[in-house]
Ligand binder design. Structure first.
Ligand code: SF4
Length: 352
């Protein structure tokens, strides 16, 4: 088990639940836009948020952002250690430093001393796209060993200055290489690991790449906090992260849906109904299982197991609640509305 590290009051590592985090894509200097996006992320279940801090003006905005949000704030720093110092001054809850582009030990130590005084942790965040040259192989390529060595060099420097509030990430774009790097690191240290597949892509492909990479690691007990990196609205990152964690029974936020793939027996427009119902109840943070099935073949069994079940027939369906028929032979045109109201009614008594 990893050692617990606190980011504000949020525990990462130890036996704490796996933390879901994301990163804004607004201009950090635009405080209103950044706060609005962080609140959307928070509403979706994001527990820790990182913002890019490319310059001192962005660092100055952090104070105003921090006082208007409810989750811990992480400053993402590259190249310039003075921005890290300014971010600590602004009151952030954690720093991310990139060992690939802040390499001068004296500058790193300055940051470490300031972080220790402010009692905030540092994530040593190696990324395959920004590795220092000495950690590439002889042909100039990134390797799992190189990523681990790069991160470990910075970790040892922090430790040499008695700083152990450390979280580590080793994000690569290549999934097998990233898995190898995290496995090596998990053998090497007991610091919590922030896991992710970097630059995974847009929602569909990126979600799948992340699910494969994170799924394998999490199933092996590796990973204390996850960030799904997707191009686009970061709220989608949070949704995908929870879908991955739900699939492994690691976190239960949100409704678990079981929907049949449809076949020649399907007598209703199940895909359209399922999409509309999922969209309409996306805001609910409840532990419910909802099954939507095209016919009785697997439908009756799934409906019995689910909190709410829909079992289709030709042009109609029966809705089950806790395995018992609650509305029989509902016309197809009314199914979306009836399912949504049934789920919402049940959710009323299941809020966490
Ligand atoms: Fe086909 Fe029925 Fe199975 Fe859905 S539940 S895939 S409609 S047999």
């Amino acid at each position: 088990m990893t050692r617990p590290i606190y980011v504000g009051s949020l525990c990462i590592g130890g036996d704490a639940p796996i933390v879901v985090q994301s990163m804004t894509n607004t201009n950090t200097r635009d405080v209103d836009a950044t706060v609005t996006q962080i609140r959307q992320l928070e509403h979706a279940g994001c527990e820790l948020v990182r913002v890019a801090v490319p310059d001192l003006a962005s660092a100055a905005a952090l104070t105003h952002i921090r006082e208007r949000i409810g989750i811990p704030l992480v400053a993402d720093i590259h190249f310039d250690h003075r921005i890290a110092l300014a971010s600590i001054q602004a009151g952030v809850d954690k720093l991310r430093l990139n060992p690939g582009n802040i390499t001068d030990p004296k500058k790193i130590i300055e940051v470490v001393e300031a972080a220790a005084a402010a009692k905030i942790p540092i994530r040593v965040g190696a990324n395959s796209g920004s590795m220092a040259k000495e950690y590439l192989d002889k042909d100039g390529h990134v390797t799992a060993q190189g990523m681990v060595a790069s991160a470990m060099a910075q970790v040892r420097l922090l430790e040499a200055h008695r700083f152990e509030q450390i979280i580590i990430s080793l994000k690569g774009t290549d999934v097998p290489m990233t898995l190898a790097a995290y496995r090596m690191m998990a053998h090497e240290v007991d610091y919590p690991l922030h896991i992710g597949i970097t630059e995974a892509g847009t929602s569909w492909e990126g979600g799948l790449r992340s699910a494969v990479g994170l799924g394998v690691l999490l199933e092996q007990g590796i990973g204390d906090t996850v960030r799904v990196s997707l191009t686009g609205d970061p709220v989608e990152e949070v949704r995908v992260a929870y879908a991955i964690l739900r699939a492994l029974n690691l976190r239960q936020r949100g409704i678990t849906f079981r929907i049949c793939p449809t076949c020649g027996r399907t007598g209703i427009a199940l895909e359209k109904i399922a999409i509309a119902v999922q969209d309409a109840v996306r805001d609910l943070n409840v532990r419910l299982t909802v099954a939507m099935m095209g016919c009785v073949v697997n439908g009756l069994g799934e409906a019995r197991e689910a909190d709410v079940g829909l079992v289709g027939a030709t042009g109609r369906a029966t809705i089950y609640v806790h395995g018992e028929p609650a509305a029989v032979n509902v016309a197809e045109a009314e199914l979306i509305e009836r399912m949504v109201s049934t789920i919402r009614d049940l959710a009323g008594g299941n809020q966490p």
